[in-house]
Design a protein. Sequence first.
Length: 433
Amino acid sequence: MFLKTVLADGQAEQAVLREMQARAAGARGDIEQTVRRVMDDVRTRGWDAVVEYAERFDGRAPYRVEPAVLEEAYAACDPVLIAALEKAAANIRDYHEQMLVKSWEWQRRPGETLGQTVRGLARVGIYVPGGTAAYPSSVLMNAIPAKVAGVGELVMVTPPTDNLSREVLAAAKIAGVDTVIAVGGTQAIAALTYGAGIIPQVDKIVGPGNAYVAVAKRLAFGTVDIDMIAGPSEVLVIADHTANPTWVAADLLSQAEHDKLASAVLLTDSMAQAQAVSCEMERMARQLPRWEIIADSVANYGCAIVFDDLADACRVADLVAPEHLEVVTAAPRELLPLLHNAGAIFLGAYAPEPLGDYMAGPCHVLPTSGTARFFSPLSTDTFLKKTSMIEYTRGALEGYAQDIIALAQSEHLDAHANSVAVRFAEEVQDEKR
């Protein structure tokens, strides 16, 4: 069969998990030494190092892409594509405005005012791959939530190919990117991390990239913040006997075509459904231009597991914690309470994964490789920083003074205790007199 199919027996499920974990490890590779050397060199020598590496790896020195070039790219794009990008941008903006957290204050008791100040980050860097991996939708998905969050400046970096993708540049204009610099690879991440020449230091770096970019982002973390370390794409579909096997097969293929490390997994309670999906996947895949990539992906990281009960399928789905999780059953909402770990959940036959990739509004930058157990999708929250606010009157502090002193002294932090005690020392002296 095109999609290897196994019966759930307590062992097959574990094999799927091991394969996915090995896939993520293989994607990282052993490149840290090279990346670390470039990062250190840019930190030490700044712009000169960035230019040298750019000329070596990109084939030309970095340069600023003028706003007029973005305008020209926008005008040169197919109007149908521009309309789709504008519609997607509006949906992304609407969705993220709904989740925007505001500053707030609260008076717990008289004299006790507490709160939180919520602000967008001052400057964010967005990495956009070049060549065949240039995706205008990713520009929208990274930039618009940042703009909604109130980020002061968005700096986009992208490799300086002979002809920069006009679709990517048009998306940057639509999303409101402030500055575009043609520079790619590790040197771009290093420049954003430390600041170099025309590339300012940012507070956070987001966006996908190859293995070198992923390692560079990991090494940058701590000096700046990052979104996440993205692994290969993955989709897991839970389908019962009522699902259309052609549709399910198409959804699995939509992720398998990404690259040879992509994973497409079907969980079902019907062997007939698993067999039908496998046949449809092979039939459709042979007609697709990325057939060889799909064949490798499905052979190495694709699988169908047949369960006696879909509740067991949900438990395995939670262990996998997939990037994309589709539930294509007669009553998909009934399974929703059983599903806790996924980057995004798509319910029903008319919510295919590409809907989330392009148009629905939630961000398609999602945790991969099982990290949906503890990571969330990129959103406005990604670009916010929150500061606690505490304001007390003398009377309010006095009510807690002895408690604070007792806690500080228990930790042998006498200066902490004194910081409170001195505020009431004069009052104690007056009582003694």
